[in-house]
Design a protein around this ligand. Structure first.
Ligand code: GGG
Length: 357
């Protein structure tokens, strides 16, 4: 039976990298005899907002809940719609309503790409960021008082529930169990943020009792970001709150040369709802429309989607194809962020060809 995939390209370079994501998926589907059925939706973009006054139609949940997965591009075009409105009106709705409480973001130095960190080779940087994805600092609890006066007050609360913290920690510990180094790093800031972050630390200590084989360490977020740059080889599985995980999963890929290649999976592990696969990067209005965006983040996210759907071999074939094309280092094919003069399409086509070989 065909797997039903909802395509939402969104804004900016999302619309440019998405065709390359589906091209690679189609190549893998053909080679591994997988039936994928794509349905494209126009909603979830700032242009949709300008036409309809909202990012999503009222029945979006009904329209999407029956899909096997959502393949997503990027959201945001601040000249058209304020970023907090476009993000809260689309992507964050999907994550919350579909209870995609894990945001899994691999961070790997690929062959052929030069890390900005001196002397780092492929193999030196290879870890996962596991980001809590439904609560934490991304909370709608708060408000404004005395707006427009000198007494103006704005408050936004961080929300941590035991369920929310424990389930992301459990996922991270179980991921660490599958890794050769069996190491988990927790990111907090429990000296300054003195209620929620110590609570997270307590839950890590409690959870660690069930995973005695996992080596656990913790860092405050400030020194942790420094160590991402100074000692990226220390890390294996890094788990953090919604905001800290977001920051770390931009910084990590930047240490591997370009955020353009970084994929992510927003996972509902129970399978009650569809999971969502998207590149880590945003809509990049500065380069949108030029055909120069790196499509690898989108393509690799597609590989994660295939693995999630039960096709690990097909997902691995896409990652291998990415590695092959990067290793070949053809500057006519590669995009500028990885040292070439090629286009989104030239890189996407080369990867799809490599998948088909
Ligand atoms: N493809 C991901 C995307 O568009 N990200 C925009 C963004 O700012 N996301 C914030 C987040 O992931 O929380």
């Amino acid at each position: 039976m065909a797997h039903r995939i909802a395509i939402i390209a969104g804004d900016g370079i999302g619309t440019e990298v998405m065709p390359e994501g589906t091209r690679a998926l189609e190549a893998a589907a053909k080679r591994f005899d997988i039936e994928l059925e794509f349905t494209t939706f126009e909603f979830g973009s700032c242009d949709y907002y300008l036409e309809h006054g909202k990012m999503l139609p009222d029945d979006w949940f009904e329209q999407l809940k029956g899909f096997d997965a959502l393949f997503y591009g990027a959201v945001g075009w601040p000249d058209k719609v304020p970023d907090h409105i476009s993000l809260w009106g689309s992507l964050l709705q999907f994550r919350r309503r579909f209870d995609q409480y894990i945001n899994l973001r691999p961070c790997k130095l690929m062959p052929g790409i030069k890390s900005p960190l001196a002397g780092r080779e492929p193999g030196d940087i290879d870890f996962y960021v596991v980001r809590e994805n439904t609560e934490g600092e991304y909370s709608s609890v708060g408000g404004k008082m005395y707006e427009g006066t000198e007494r103006e007050i704005v408050i936004q609360e961080t929300v941590m529930s035991r369920t929310g913290v424990d389930r992301v920690l459990k996922y991270a510990f179980e991921l660490a169990q599958t890794r050769p180094r069996k190491k988990l790093t927790s990111a907090t800031k429990s000296n300054g943020i003195s209620i929620t972050m110590p609570y997270w630390d307590e839950r890590v200590i409690e959870m660690a009792k069930s995973y005695p084989e996992i080596a656990v360490d913790k860092f405050h977020i400030d020194i942790l970001t420094a160590n991402f740059v100074l000692h990226p080889d220390w890390f294996d599985v890094v788990v953090g709150s919604n905001l800290f995980g977001d920051i770390l999963s931009d910084l990590g890929p930047a240490c591997t040369g370009t955020i353009g290649i970084a994929p992510s999976a927003n996972i509902n592990p129970e399978g009650n709802f569809p999971s969502l696969f998207e590149p880590v990067h945003g809509s990049a209005p500065d380069i949108a429309g030029k055909g120069i965006a790196n499509p690898i983040g989108q393509i690799w996210s597609g590989a994660m989607m295939l693995e999630h759907l039960g096709y690990k071999e097909a997902g691995d074939a896409i990652v291998t194809a990415i590695e092959e094309v990067l290793s070949e280092g053809n500057s006519q094919v590669l995009t500028r962020d990885v040292g070439g003069q090629g286009t989104t399409e030239s890189l996407g086509k080369a990867i799809a060809d490599a998948v088909s070989r």
